[in-house]
Design a protein around this ligand. Sequence first.
Ligand code: PRP
Ligand code: ZN
Length: 297
Amino acid sequence: MSTSRDRLRIAVQKTGRLGESSRQLLERCGLKFRSSRDKLFCFGENMPVDLLLVRDDDIPGLLADGVCDLGVVGRNVLGESALGFDQRAPFQELRALGFGGCRLSIAVPQEQQGSDASDLAGKRIATSYPNLLANWLREQKIEAQIVTLSGSVEIAPKLGSADLICDLVSSGATLIANQLRETQVIMSSEAVLAGCWPAPQNERGELIELLLRRLDGVLEVRESRLLMLKAPRTALSIIVGLLPGGPSPTVTTIEGRPDDIALQCVCSGNVSWQDLEAMKLAGAHGMLVLPVEKMLA
Ligand code: PRP
Ligand code: ZN
């Protein structure tokens, strides 16, 4: 199935936390899709790349079966599925995407005492992530009983089907609403771009490489600012020392003003007011900080 197809397929979450941001990120990589939010399939209009809108939990399986080449999914979902394979999983994390941050945590009823891992021994822990939990318990050398539930994990202690839970926490609102207290983080997660392993060695493989290069540019510019300023030539070394990080600046002369220079630099983080004020004290003027829209190394 995967070999007879010449268009690339990317699986993204249809609804939920990651769906909208996933699509936006792909659009920033220059992909245009015929809008069909209510359907399973979105046709790529300007490149041979289509979207499949699915449940996040189905994404690792779609990669494993070769139905999709790439997927945007939580690291937690990918990791849970990967642990279900005896051998190396047929997919891998390609890039962390910097959104959809959350953590997989142990949480106990608020009135329950104790926060140590050792307090879990012999307890029943409800979770939708039995593989990740089992792995963590093994590492911690704790023997506990895992109660696997596909949803509504947070009400298991109230229903009496478990003593505590291991579930995703993002804002923490679900825990509070269910009178639960987070005790241990067992995994930090965020949205990742996942791809098949091994990667296809054909036109689709080349297309993936192209998208990864664009994605790296998009991820890099998200944090980058273009800083421009003018300064006396004598202040250059001090000002360069004050730049908030990034590749070497470009320094140019200003026509008719031999004592001044113009400096331009892509800063890899935000440029703060304090940074600007320090440079002004050193003699810089005419400072401009601009967001970066696209970058290609
Ligand atoms: C997770 C988790 C909690 C909730 C926590 O479910 O199971 O219910 O999010 O978020 P909060 O800390 O912001 O309240 P999710 O929305 O990922 O749904 P799913 O497990 O069905 O994919
Ligand atoms: Zn889900």
